[in-house]
Design a protein around this ligand. Structure first.
Ligand SMILES: [Zn+2]
Ligand SMILES: [Zn+2]
Length: 526
């Protein structure tokens, strides 16, 4: 299926809010602008076979500015110029620079008499004539500054220009909005050649140089001689439209992220109330189990090393489905005792579905951006995708789950909910792996249950099993973490009860173990 169709299908099938659909990349409209760009390129005579083309895109403030530079032969130059004029484009034409003219520029820049003498002697060396390339007109600072003293109109009247006038290709652009700077616009072949030829000490070879200049401008010579710089309309429209759509989508992502954060807060307060130990018949254990399953499902992010990182949308969807199945299996929702818990769970479901939708919507947009740029490049033969990486970078930030903020978002969400409904894993004794009740905090800061600590002391093991510091034998009643003990009793009443029963059994066994145990077995047998 063609991408345009797939894109349209996803947008309509996802039951997305209409304001989202409005913000989606206008793929079809952009495709139309590409067609218009191709037509425009043809209408001004841009042809890849006949010229070297350089394409650049820059951005000034919030305006995208594509610039097309063509190196063309004199014949192509006059054809394109005619087309550009008739279509009313702003453009600039300047003769191409060559290595030799750059050398000449350096010489011309030096103005004192001695330097001029050196110039003449170098010009007269060997054959005594000037090489064609040496007089290739060219823009330089010296020619620009001398324009005021010898404007082209005055030069035309001088003896040098009795012959047919050279093509004047000044194209004045008085508009400030033009992307071209005034200096380059005002550069003219006449000015630069005239400037060179009117240098008093260089007059002698005049006749030779003008005729050789005329051969250089032979209109049937197909070597590139001019550089035409022009800013077209349709490609500018294409990039401007795309840029604005990407920016709007970035704002959209930010809005969704804020919305999700507020949503998490809302759910958090519902869950906090419904599972508060102060509330009779609270749903603490049901919510804990739901969040435990939720975390284990790793819906949006995987923490398993092999595939750590953000999940693809497809994986997220599958895992979310499995999460719901598990909740169903355990019949957790039917076990809610508080009315608000059910409402809270529906909100929680909606929130997750919304995150999935945003992620899918933005992934489709990122694809659309990539595809449309590829299409533009394919149709125009430009390399805009490489040339303006900012568009791609900005588009990659669109996926709230792939960008760094999305990661923070999920961490904040999970932590916020976990704080309300703490998980027993965070409060287990590292030795016996059950809840660390009663909790003894050693001087090194590590936490163990009182039973395991007593056993360590009996063995005379002084080192903390986690950090190897000599702190075990120093521990006494003062190391009991009383506030944590109260917290564990509140939030893990079932686990604490089981642990207490086990502890009592163990203590009893220690005291009467040899007597009771065989009897107990005997009882079972009897
Ligand atoms: Zn323990
Ligand atoms: Zn320790």
């Amino acid at each position: 299926m063609k991408f345009a169709k797939t894109f349209q299908k996803v947008l309509s099938e996802e039951t997305l809010p209409p304001e989202w659909v409005d913000k989606a990349i206008q793929y079809k409209a952009l495709k139309k602008i590409i067609n218009k760009t191709v037509t425009e390129l043809e209408s001004v005579g841009v042809s890849r076979d006949e010229m070297t083309i350089d394409y650049e895109i820059s951005k000034l403030q919030r305006r995208m500015r594509p610039v097309l530079r063509m190196n063309v032969s004199p014949l192509a130059e006059s054809l394109i110029k005619g087309k550009l004029d008739s279509l009313g484009y702003k453009y600039n034409i300047k003769p191409l620079q060559t290595q030799e003219t750059e050398d000449l520029d350096e010489v011309l820049e030096e103005t004192d008499e001695l330097q001029n003498e050196r110039l003449v002697s170098s010009l007269h060396s060997d054959s005594g004539t000037i090489n064609n390339d040496d007089v290739t007109p060219n823009k330089s600072e010296s020619t620009l500054s001398s324009q005021t003293s010898a404007p082209p109109s005055m030069v035309k009247d001088s003896s040098v220009y009795k012959e047919p006038a050279l093509p004047t290709i000044i194209h004045e652009i008085d508009d400030d909005e033009s992307f071209l700077d005034q200096a380059s616009v005002q550069t003219s072949i006449v000015a630069s050649v005239a400037d060179y030829l009117s240098t008093p000490l260089a007059r002698e070879p005049t006749s030779v140089s003008v005729s050789s200049l005329m051969t250089a401008l032979n209109p049937f010579d197909d070597k590139p001689f001019y550089e035409i710089t022009v800013s077209l309309h349709e490609d500018a429209k294409f990039f401007q439209t795309l840029y604005e759509e990407i920016e709007a989508l970035n704002d959209f992502s930010d809005e969704r992220e804020n919305e999700i954060m507020q949503w998490v807060e809302k759910i958090a307060s519902i869950v906090a109330h419904a599972s508060s130990p102060d509330v009779k018949k609270n749903d603490l254990y049901v919510w804990r189990q739901i969040f435990q399953i939720y975390i284990d499902s790793q819906i949006f992010f995987s923490t398993i090393e092999r595939s750590a990182g953000a999940n693809s949308n497809a994986v997220s969807r599958i895992r979310y489905g499995k999460f719901l199945e598990k909740i169903e299996e355990e019949q957790l929702v039917t076990r809610f005792k508080q009315k608000e818990s059910l409402a809270g769970f529906m909100e929680f479901k909606e929130l997750n579905e919304s995150i999935l939708k945003v992620a899918n919507f933005q992934t489709m947009n990122i694809m659309a951006i990539s595809k449309i740029l590829k299409k533009f490049d394919k149709r125009t033969h430009f390399k805009s995708k490489q040339m303006f990486p900012e568009l791609i970078q900005r588009s990659e930030q669109l996926n709230i789950l792939q960008n760094s903020m999305g990661r923070d978002l999920c961490t904040i969400m999970t932590n916020r909910l976990l704080n309300i409904v703490p998980q027993v894993e965070d409060y287990t004794c590292p030795i016996c792996c059950s809840v660390a009740y009663k909790p003894i905090r050693l001087n090194c800061g590590h936490l163990f249950c009182v039973r395991c600590l007593v056993k360590l002391q009996r063995k005379g093991e002084d080192r903390c099993p986690l950090c190897r510091q000599d702190v075990v034998m120093k521990a006494d009643e003062g190391n009991l973490d009383v506030s944590l003990m109260e917290y564990l009793k509140l939030y893990f009443p079932k686990e604490v009860k089981i642990k207490q029963a086990e502890n009592e059994k163990e203590i009893f066994k220690e005291q009467f173990g040899s007597v009771v145990d065989p009897d107990a077995k005997a009882c079972v047998i009897v």
